[in-house]
Design a protein around this ligand. Structure first.
Ligand code: 4NP
Length: 153
């Protein structure tokens, strides 16, 4: 199973999602690949946001070595499942994927917790540590659900 987490900057939300899911994959000894990307190139090559790093480390998840990259068309082929944080990310992934677009692979992350409700993980960019903590909690619950979904049969 190859999972890609996507947000706008690949600097706040999707690095957390990658780190959280990756840590659960290791705990459950799963043979999965987890990665993340942003629909923009605003922060390509940078480390995750300082507050994403700090909040993750608080929960024992080290994302300090991650490097931001932009979502590319071929990611649609390379990954089995692509989770986006908000509806704008979804539209951008669809636009970038172009003729390779495959709706069966792409979904809002929170639809794992609240199916078909199309809830969004709010963008904490410019927010406080509490905003980043709130985002961490939401993403963690969704990642628990993903692990359960693919390991309970
Ligand atoms: P992210 O947050 O999509 O969760 O990484 C953002 C990061 C940077 C910007 C916007 C959102 N920006 O405009 O630079």
């Amino acid at each position: 199973m190859k999972v890609l987490m996507v947000c706008l900057g690949n600097i706040c939300r999707s690095p957390l999602a990658e780190g959280i899911l990756q840590s659960k994959v290791i705990q459950h000894k799963l043979d999965w690949q987890v990665d993340s990307a942003g629909t923009s190139n605003y922060h390509s090559g940078e480390a995750p946001h300082e507050l994403s790093q700090k909040v993750a480390l608080h929960y024992g998840v080290d994302i300090t070595q991650q490097v931001c990259r932009q979502f590319a068309k071929v990611d649609i082929l390379k990954f089995d499942k692509i989770y986006v944080m908000d509806k704008s990310n979804y539209k951008e992934v669809e636009r970038i994927a172009g003729i390779l677009w495959d709706a069966t692979k792409v979904d809002l992350l929170l639809n794992e917790l609240y199916p078909k409700e199309n809830r969004e993980v709010p963008d904490p960019w410019g927010g406080t540590e509490k905003d980043f903590q709130n985002v961490y909690q939401m993403i963690e619950k969704a990642c628990d659900k993903i692990i359960l979904k693919y390991t309970s049969n």
